[in-house]
Ligand binder design. Structure first.
Ligand SMILES: [Zn+2]
Length: 207
């Protein structure tokens, strides 16, 4: 018998997962493990989902504040949070720079002139397994009523692909993208790639 090192819940012989932390004797219950996996994912990703981050942060903070989380687990989590916080910081900085970045499906901006053409660039996002089987099931069940869910997924993927592209353009010294064009490609039955490309340029306001 042991207690979960995050929430303190009593764990039986067969419940709980060990080795989630890199020290001996730490056992984590299934629910805390789910959140811990989500935390690890947040530490790896560059595109922080604010809602996801908020939910995961709140979960760990609640247990921590209740005093159930062991000191050792606290220390381990802190290391992981450091990475997540850095990612969040970078993402917020990116969002700020993005506010001043201009994009168009056309080839010019009213009141601006293009002073330099950089490269044609692209940003991609891969939507994984289950996407189509889910769609098929939903369509046959609802004939469209639930397609909003998938439109939402595609919209999110488009946004992420766009962020990806803008990030590349910013790094190349661009302040705008022209000729924005989206593409959807299917790689296999279960993998769909959302890509966007455009030409990175530098623009300045006309005198
Ligand atoms: Zn737990």
């Amino acid at each position: 018998m042991a207690n979960c090192c995050i929430c303190g819940k009593k764990l039986g012989m067969l419940s709980g997962v060990s080795l989630s932390f890199q020290y001996d004797g730490a056992i984590i219950c299934n629910e805390c493990n789910e959140y811990h996996l989500r935390l690890k994912k947040l530490a790896r990703t560059k595109q922080i989902d604010a809602d996801e981050l908020h939910e995961v942060r709140e979960y760990f903070q609640t247990w921590s504040a209740s005093g159930k989380t062991t000191q050792q687990a606290q220390e381990c989590l802190e290391e992981e949070w450091k990475e997540v916080n850095e990612n969040e910081q970078k993402y917020l900085e990116f969002q700020e720079r993005k506010d001043f970045f201009m994009t168009t499906t056309g080839y010019q901006f009213e009141g601006y002139q293009i002073i330099e053409y950089l490269n044609v660039m692209s940003g991609e996002v891969v939507l994984g397994t289950g996407f189509f089987s889910e769609i098929n099931a939903q369509i046959s069940d609802f004939l469209g009523t639930n397609s909003e869910l998938f439109e939402g997924k595609i919209a999110k993927a488009k946004e992420a692909a766009m962020d990806n592209l803008i990030n590349k353009a910013l790094h190349a010294g661009a302040n705008a993208l022209i000729g924005i064009d989206f593409d959807l490609m299917t790689l296999t039955q279960n993998i769909i790639v959302v890509s966007v490309n455009g030409t990175a340029v530098r623009i300045k306001e006309k005198a």
